[in-house]
Design a protein around this ligand. Structure first.
Ligand code: ADP
Length: 541
């Protein structure tokens, strides 16, 4: 027997409609690419998204067509998201940090008809425009006054364009399984692959993100998503914030410590989110300029492992709670978030830190398990580590155009490519990417643990561990360290610092120093490049 409740479609336009009806006067603040800070309300966003939708319809964009954005977190970018999705077209967020060849590849692969971009990225598009076979027009997200002389064919000024349309427009009618967004993973191996979000998955992810087990936002919050909209949907915040009625603060292109501080204080931000490297810059700015934070309550840190020192500084020096989180483009992206439980609350601060360093627990909607190489499920004892598998309504079931083939096992589990433990309280801890894990004499060594401990050394800026061939153990860890400017730590000092903190057999066989560690387009350590740089390296006898 079927239930007798309404088939209210879970589509993105319901988010912006609700935001207008329930929180229409709430502010959206943007640091414009042109410089000054702009403000308007959710009602304005709704109206302008409808105008954009009307303009797109006039261009002939229809259900299922792809429209690209290559843009920072701004009000205009957000209007395009809601405008494109509101007519059932697909918003393809292009990551400007990809190599130009990769940008050209994904725009062609997605068959984008139009692209909306910031002035900052014009040089990228000017250089590759001849390779872009499907783009009919390039829209620059600025006004006439700031419109540069772009060397692009068919270039349009966004404000001139949107200015031609009023907001007398109805969102299109479509099924909740319709595709809404497209985001390519940075693809450390092979070509990037497109994750195709649906309206339903976006709406469910919004509910999940807003649950108290994840961000738990309310209309009393002021939220600064530093994490870019072009990287895994700004972790869902550009949907979650309007739906919760919180104030939304968009940083534009300025993400240095001083600019972030100005927004955090000026807009009385309560919640913010970004990858660890950005918080390093903010903390450095706060320390060097003797600043305090008057409104910030919590910071969500993910994308790479959050070091202990960062959690300690935020909590002890600034009274800000850190919520370590894990996710990936394929999981929309929230997978796990650190939230206290009665068991962790009952612990001493030192005991609690152990849990804060883990990547957190799965909110309702995400299922996870760990398996060994043979597919046997491993115990949730916090010790056994294996391949992290996830399942749920916000997890990808295949890549755009079938790239990469079948990506789920027979029971619908997606292999994240991460290796982790899960403890009896359900806290998951990433120990490695499966391709980076070091297999020493048949046992696995977690490179992330060693890296995090190493960067707590006062003379170390960044650290990476890679496996190198070893005649007896097959592979052993090589620790690569970037020393702080003006300091010269020695191999012995670093190893002594690690002594007693990790199992003896995890101890790196050697430490080497370099000026810079290479990063991917999403700020992750590029271990493949490091393995290439150190391919001829041999351990000392
Ligand atoms: P890309 O693969 O394009 O760089 P993703 O956001 O999809 O971007 O990357 C997801 C991966 O990032 C995860 O599979 C995991 O390896 C890593 N990751 C994300 N959050 C964390 C975290 N808190 N700690 C450690 N690794 C993380």
């Amino acid at each position: 027997m079927k239930g007798l409740m309404q088939d209210w479609p879970l589509v993105v336009p319901t988010i912006i409609d609700h935001a207008r009806d329930a929180h229409g006067a709430r502010e959206i603040v943007t640091r414009g690419i042109e410089g000054p800070i702009r403000r308007y309300t959710i009602a304005d966003l709704h109206s302008r998204a409808r105008r954009a939708a009307k303009g797109l319809t006039a261009l002939g964009v229809k259900l299922g067509d792809r429209v690209a954005t290559l843009a920072w977190n701004t009000d205009r970018h957000l209007e395009m998201w809601y405008g494109v999705m509101g007519i059932g077209a697909i918003c393809h967020t292009v990551n400007p940090r990809l190599f130009p060849e990769q940008i050209a590849y994904i725009i062609n692969h997605a068959e984008d008809d139009y692209i909306f971009t910031d002035t900052t990225f014009l040089p990228i598009l000017e250089a590759i425009q001849d390779q872009l076979t499907t783009i009919k027009k390039f829209f620059v997200l600025t006004d006439a006054q700031n419109m540069p002389d772009a060397k692009l064919r068919n270039v349009v000024c966004y404000e001139d364009w949107i200015g031609q349309y009023d907001d007398d427009f109805q969102w299109a009618d479509f099924d909740e399984s319709t595709a809404a967004g497209l985001c390519y993973t940075s693809g450390t191996t092979g070509n990037p692959k497109g994750v195709l979000y649906s309206h339903r998955s976006n709406v469910i992810h919004t509910l999940l993100a807003n649950s108290a087990s994840a961000f738990g936002l309310t209309s009393l919050d002021s939220v600064l998503p530093v994490v870019p909209m072009f990287h895994a949907n700004a972790w869902g915040l550009t949907f979650a914030v309007p739906s919760s009625g919180a104030k939304l603060v968009l940083p534009g292109m300025k993400m240095d410590g001083e600019s972030l501080y100005e927004l955090l204080e000026g807009e009385q931000v309560t919640v913010t989110a970004a990858v660890p490297t950005l918080w390093l810059a903010l903390l450095e700015y706060l320390e060097n300029n003797d600043k305090t934070l008057s409104s910030l309550k919590s910071v969500v840190i993910g994308g790479s492992a959050c070091p202990q020192i960062m959690i300690e500084k935020f909590e002890q020096n600034y009274g800000v709670a850190v919520h370590h989180a894990w996710g990936m483009t394929e999981t929309s992206p929230i997978g796990t978030v650190y939230k206290a439980t009665p068991e962790t609350e009952a612990l001493e601060p030192g005991g609690r830190m152990k849990y804060k360093l883990k990547q957190g627990r799965a909110p309702y909607g995400v299922e996870m398990k760990i398996i060994d190489d043979k597919g046997t499920e491993l115990p949730h004892d916090g010790v056994a580590f294996g391949h992290l598998m996830v399942r749920g309504a916000t997890v990808a079931k295949g890549y755009f155009k079938g790239e990469g083939g079948k990506i789920l096992d027979d029971e619908g589990w997606f292999d994240t490519g991460d290796v982790s433990t899960i403890d009896p309280l359900g806290f998951m801890q990433i120990t490695d990417r499966s391709k980076d894990v070091i297999k020493s004499g048949g046992e696995w060594i977690s490179t992330i643990d060693i890296e995090n401990l190493t960067i707590a050394h006062p003379d170390v800026v960044e650290a990476a561990v890679i496996g190198r061939e070893h005649p007896k153990w097959n592979e052993r860890p090589l620790l690569i360290v970037v020393p702080k400017d003006g300091s010269a730590p020695t191999r012995e000092e670093i190893l002594a610092f690690l002594d007693g903190k990790i199992a003896k057999w995890w101890m790196p066989n050697d430490v080497v120093f370099i000026d810079e560690i290479p990063h991917t387009a999403t700020g992750k350590i590029q271990k493949m490049t490091l393995r290439e740089i150190f391919k001829d390296y041999q351990f000392p006898d």
